[in-house]
Design a protein around this ligand. Structure first.
Ligand code: NAD
Length: 265
């Protein structure tokens, strides 16, 4: 029997790509595709919604009685219900939603004592390698290099800066000993906006349909080193989420990252 999968936020931009790839791969059985009760597509076949042929699973607002794993790419307002459901029903959780509150991060930590959870602000292989490299590069270059992160996303993205930009900055702070999150400078404007030492600048561009770009700039007098990542389509995140879901089934309770899923360390 195939492991049973729930997709939460199934009618969204990410949800549809996860549906489409999960249907094509046929390694997991989609037992529920869940979205907000107000979504206009509730009741429609999710195969049709995802652009494949009908699969006899309707978009619903209700979680099923049982499943092995849930993939969530919805919204922060939906996160509490989905974490509670997974904890209460022993369902492993792959959480891709960004912009979560500190209280929700604590809730995830508590739930991970009972169920396995993968939480990642970016599920692509390349970005997760970059997460690791950014901290190491900052240490190798030393403290005279100013660090600035510039990210660009589509006009519909709600949170800023991106979860990935914050993960990059957090990893750099952890590797270099910068005070987190005090070292973070979000954008810069005004007459007294001189760059301060021991800070990491983070800048968010929102335009058109850019899937996701992150540049980490390390610059000193005389040279600049840039780490750059471009997501060409949402499939890179969707493939990562499905890989994480398959990896997570059968793992012990705990809070895992894509670094664990990909075996990066
Ligand atoms: N971790 C990653 O790799 C990664 C990659 C891309 C996007 N994201 C994040 O994933 C989230 C979704 O992104 P998107 O571009 O697909 O957004 P989207 O707005 O297109 O889709 C979100 C979907 O969630 C649904 N939703 C809202 N409330 C809900 C509820 N209570 N229960 C179930 N579903 C509900 C919405 O109706 C919508 O269909 C965002 O937080 C985004 O930042 C993460």
């Amino acid at each position: 029997m195939k492991p049973k999968l729930i997709i939460n936020g199934a009618a969204g931009r990410m949800g549809k790509r996860i549906l489409s790839l999960a249907i094509a791969a046929a390694e997991l059985e989609i037992v529920a595709a869940v979205d907000s009760k107000d979504h206009p597509d509730i009741g429609k076949d999710v195969g049709v919604l995802a652009g494949t042929s009908p699969v006899n699973v309707k978009l619903t607002a209700a979680y099923p009685p049982a499943a092995d794993v849930m993939i969530d790419f919805s919204a922060p307002a939906a996160a509490d219900a989905c974490i509670d459901y997974c904890r209460q029903n022993n369902v492993a959780l792959v959480l891709g939603t960004t912009g979560l509150s500190d209280a929700q991060i604590e809730k995830i930590k508590t739930a991970s004592q009972k169920i396995p959870i993968v939480q990642a602000t970016n599920m692509s292989v390349g970005m997760n390698v970059l997460f690791e490299l950014a901290g190491r590069l900052a240490v190798m270059l030393g403290e005279d290099y100013d660090i600035e992160i510039v990210e660009a996303h589509h006009r519909f993205k709600k949170d800023a800066p991106s979860g990935s930009a914050l993960t990059l900055a957090g990893n750099i702070a952890a590797a270099t000993g910068l005070a987190w999150p005090d070292c973070l400078v979000r954008g810069r404007s005004g007459k007294d906006a001189l760059r301060r030492k021991n800070t990491i600048g983070v800048h968010a561009i929102r335009a058109g349909d850019i899937t996701g770009q992150h540049n980490v700039i390390f610059s000193t007098l005389g040279e600049t080193v840039t780490l750059a990542h471009t997501a060409h389509s949402r499939d890179t995140f969707a493939h990562g989420a499905l890989r994480a879901a398959k990896w997570l089934i059968g793992q012990k309770p705990g809070l895992y990252s894509m670094t664990n899923v990909l075996g990066l360390k």
